[in-house]
Design a protein around this ligand. Structure first.
Ligand code: SF4
Length: 56
């Protein structure tokens, strides 16, 4: 399960981010593609995004 910090860092840079609502902090947790029940991105790109963050 990703940490809150990881979800926030990925959300800030992810090109597929779509805000679930106005005025939310940018994070996977506020993205339309996040599946709460599974605690994972439905597009299966979370770990790719996280890995590319580590490389910068
Ligand atoms: S839930 Fe998926 S699409 Fe949304 S910001 Fe996170 S990695 Fe990107």
């Amino acid at each position: 399960m990703p940490s809150w910090e990881e979800m926030r860092m990925v959300g800030e840079t992810c090109s597929q981010y779509e805000a679930a609502d106005d005025g939310l902090e940018r994070s996977c947790g506020s993205c339309e593609h996040w599946v709460d029940d599974e605690e994972m991105c439905e597009l299966d790109i979370f770990f790719d995004q996280l890995t590319s963050l580590d490389q910068t």
